[in-house]
Design a protein around this ligand. Structure first.
Ligand SMILES: Nc1ncnc2c1ncn2[C@@H]1O[C@H](COP(=O)(O)OP(=O)(O)OP(=O)(O)O)[C@@H](O)[C@H]1O
Ligand SMILES: [Mg+2]
Length: 264
């Protein structure tokens, strides 16, 4: 996102994102940050070209198709933004330009595209969970466009996903605010509701994994005071120590993290 200040939305940028995305995860041995140089295919694990459900274009054609997609990204069209987004997602999936990580990159691209187009101010819309819940339908809808040109049903499926994801993000935000309220009440009840404690609570929304040092520097208080404060939050079960170590302890705002990781 920061990179967009200095660099255009482009194939180059998509490759950079891919290289970072694939660091140290499944598929990191499959030329991260570079387009395929050999033929790939789409299908269940263990499938072969002859049993694949779809064979994307070969490397040379894939490059050309990505060039065309890049032009489309910058084109002024009458097509509503979310519909364009659905088309871009479909097209990228179908070109399958990387050897691996196309699914992950392409799901991220939805959020990134909408941010780039200034429809999102923050990367708050992430459709992964929707696709995961409807995986078979997701695959079938993509294949129906490829086989039968059925764009409409794909776009409808995608837009329903946007609605569902917005609604569930809103619910999550409401729950997070409620959680903060409950925790403030807990502090008041235990007569621990000092300005520092309240400030730390607020900071946990931004930084749900925290060390005592982090707390001290954010609140601009001594290490000892931050330690006391952190321990109070641990006693109230607002924070949990996660390392089990004697030194370099780290604390998590666990109920909030549970909220955020629903469905992952
Ligand atoms: N049977 C299928 N029919 C249609 N599309 C499929 C099928 N299997 C996989 N795909 C598509 O291919 C993508 C997987 O491609 P790839 O392995 O390059 O990416 P990934 O990031 O490793 O995958 P994943 O989406 O599983 O995290 C899926 O996200 C899906 O969009
Ligand atoms: Mg894969």
């Amino acid at each position: 996102m920061k990179r967009l200040d200095e660099f255009p939305m482009s194939i180059r940028l998509i490759k950079e994102i891919h290289a970072i995305l694939m660091e140290g995860v499944r598929g990191n041995d499959k030329t991260p940050g570079e387009f395929k140089k050999s033929q790939n295919w789409i299908g269940p694990a263990g499938s072969t070209p002859s049993t694949a459900s779809f064979i994307p274009p070969p490397p040379k054609e894939a490059m050309d198709a990505m060039g065309a997609l890049e032009l489309y990204l910058h084109k002024n069209t009458e097509v509503p933004l979310l519909v364009s987004c659905a088309l871009v997602h479909y097209q990228f999936e179908t070109i399958h330009p990387f050897l691996d990580g196309n699914g992950r990159l392409d799901r991220l691209l939805i959020t990134f595209y909408l941010y780039w187009k200034k429809a999102l101010q923050h990367p708050t819309l992430y459709l992964s969970y929707y696709f995961k819940m409807h995986r078979q339908e997701y695959y079938d809808r993509l294949n129906l466009v490829r086989d039968k040109g059925d764009y409409e049903q794909w776009v409808i499926f995608f837009l329903k996903g946007v609605i569902w994801t917005c609604e569930s993000a809103l619910q999550t935000i409401k729950k997070a605010l409620q959680l903060q309220e409950d925790h403030k009440k807990r502090l008041i009840k235990e007569k621990l509701s000092t300005p520092y404690a309240v400030a730390l609570l607020g900071y946990l929304i931004e930084k749900p994994h925290l060390s005592i040092k982090d707390a001290a520097s954010h609140l601009n208080i001594s290490y000892q005071s931050a330690k006391t404060l952190t321990h109070q939050l641990v006693n109230l079960e607002i924070l949990k120590e996660t390392t089990g170590k004697r030194r370099d302890k780290r604390y998590s705002y666990w109920e909030y993290l549970d909220l955020l990781s629903e469905g992952t």
